[in-house]
Ligand binder design. Structure first.
Ligand code: SDX
Length: 429
């Protein structure tokens, strides 16, 4: 490999491949012509060494535990900004001026109501349906209502669809929660900021006034910032692949929501809290550490480990700080789950297995404790992740659609099935 090209020897053939350098982070070897030149594919299940696209949105340095949104460190955005400012940054590429921020807030706020007919959808679900099932269905169903923003070739329609999803997904999330507990839906209130509005739609009841706790609202707004985007994670890659076929944006975000639900991905926050509850007390931790290390045991420490972070997930540190803030605000002095989590983290981070495999707490490790303390049931944790990640999915989808080199994603395979064979009549099988 030299300068801007690399060479690959395949049999008696030498193939030259261009090396593309990014602004920061690893360079890439452009293998697009490899099959045409060698008749061979690369093989990388799970895409551990594969860049699927070029992007300007989010950068992660897994070894250093760095996360940048459009170049700004997550710690600074979480400290100084609010979630809608982060949404603007991810969508537009720059932090908004005061006028731009006011206009963006105004536009999002006035898209928060959903078509009244959508409320009837919910009547078709069982009350005990998992809220993520309801979210996948209702986000997908948005393409059955908002026909005037499904033409992806029209930049204006792309922008309207983006606004609608950022604004309406929290409303659908709150409706999914209310429906699951048999309470009436609460309409958005335009006088409230984005996250306060969401909290009110979740926890207000018609029978009495609801006052948003500003400390909890600020904490949840920061949690949304932490979850907003994360380069080409599984659900974002799902959105990009769905979008590459020209599917409408609502359908693409529904596909991303479905992928996020998995316990190895966004479902880990729900699974991590269930794990802490199952461990129950600090005394049981060694047994579960042993299970996590046992190759024959499928048990994994949920909320630990990451494909990219081989250092502490920077979001987990901010999450841990937010957890203490919320528990203090709520007067929760000693949360047994937090005791288990802190001790589990301490033991795991000093254990050779976790050190050698570079397994650190990720964003899902502490989020469940915080969300539970705020009053959300475990089944809503991944829904909250989806509320926040909607803007990241949209920003990445928009970038893909607007990329002039964009084409439908269509991976190949290593085929190890049966070579061609002739049909046998049933009597001769
Ligand atoms: C998210 O991609 C993203 O950016 C995702 C995300 C985002 O913002 O979009 O950050 C959000 O999904 C965070 C991750 C949430 N998932 C979990 O917390 C579930 C538990 N963690 C794992 O399942 C696992 O760590 C993954 C799925 C997160 C990453 O898996 P990889 O990169 O495929 O790593 P691996 O499964 O190959 O594990 C490497 C080794 C294995 O041992 P060996 O086969 O090499 O002997 O580490 C072990 C694994 O067995 N290992 C664990 C472990 N995670 C990995 N062992 C015990 N407990 C764990 N949690």
């Amino acid at each position: 490999m030299s300068g801007n090209t690399s060479q690959l020897q395949v049999g008696d053939k030498t193939v030259d491949m261009a090396i593309k350098k990014g602004s920061v982070g690893p360079a890439v070897i452009d293998i697009a012509k490899l099959y045409a030149q060698t008749g061979m594919f690369t093989y990388d299940p799970g895409f551990t060494s594969t860049a699927s696209c070029e992007s300007h949105i989010t950068y992660i340095d897994g070894d250093k535990g760095v996360l940048l949104y459009r170049g700004y460190p997550i710690e600074q955005l979480a400290e100084h900004g609010d979630f809608l400012e982060t949404c603007y940054l991810l969508l537009e590429g720059e932090l908004p001026t005061a006028a731009q921020k006011a206009d963006f807030d105004y536009r999002i706020t006035r898209h928060t109501m959903v078509h009244e007919q959508m409320a009837r959808f919910f009547q078709g679900f069982r009350r005990d349906a998992h809220p993520m099932a309801v979210m996948v269905a209702s986000i997908g169903a948005m393409s059955a209502f908002y026909h005037d923003s499904t033409d992806i070739s029209d930049p204006h329609q792309r922008m309207i669809a983006s606004m609608r999803m950022i604004a309406k997904v929290p409303t659908l999330a709150a409706m999914a929660y209310k429906y699951s507990i048999g309470q009436p839906f609460v309409y958005p209130l335009n006088s409230l900021d984005y996250t306060s509005n969401f909290l009110r739609m979740c926890f207000a009841v018609p029978a009495e006034e609801y006052k948003v706790n500003p400390v909890l609202s600020r904490a949840l707004d920061r949690i949304f910032i932490l979850h907003a985007d994360h380069e080409q994670n599984a659900s974002t890659s799902t959105v990009r692949l769905a979008g590459s076929s020209g599917a409408n944006p609502f359908a693409c975000i529904a596909a991303g929501t479905a992928c996020l639900w998995g316990p190895a991905h966004g479902g880990a926050n729900e699974a991590a809290l269930k794990m802490l509850e199952e461990i129950g007390s600090v005394d049981n931790i060694p047994k579960y550490i042993a299970k996590a290390k046992d190759k024959n045991d499928p048990f994994r420490l949920m909320g630990f480990g990451h494909r990219v972070y081989k250092n502490y997930d920077p979001r987990a540190k901010i999450m841990q700080k937010t957890t203490h803030e919320v528990l203090n605000e709520l007067g929760i002095k000693d949360d047994p789950l937090l005791d288990v989590a802190v001790e589990l983290e301490r033991i795991a981070l000093s254990d050779e297995y976790f050190i050698e495999k570079k397994l650190y707490p990720n964003i899902d490790f502490y989020s469940g404790i915080t969300l539970k303390a705020m009053g959300f049931p475990t089944s809503m944790f991944t829904v909250l992740f989806a509320v926040a990640r909607t803007v990241g999915w949209i920003a990445q989808w928009k970038e893909m659609i607007e990329d002039p080199s964009q084409k439908i994603g269509r991976p190949r395979q290593l085929y190890t099935g049966s070579p061609q064979r002739d049909y046998l009549p049933i009597g001769r099988r």
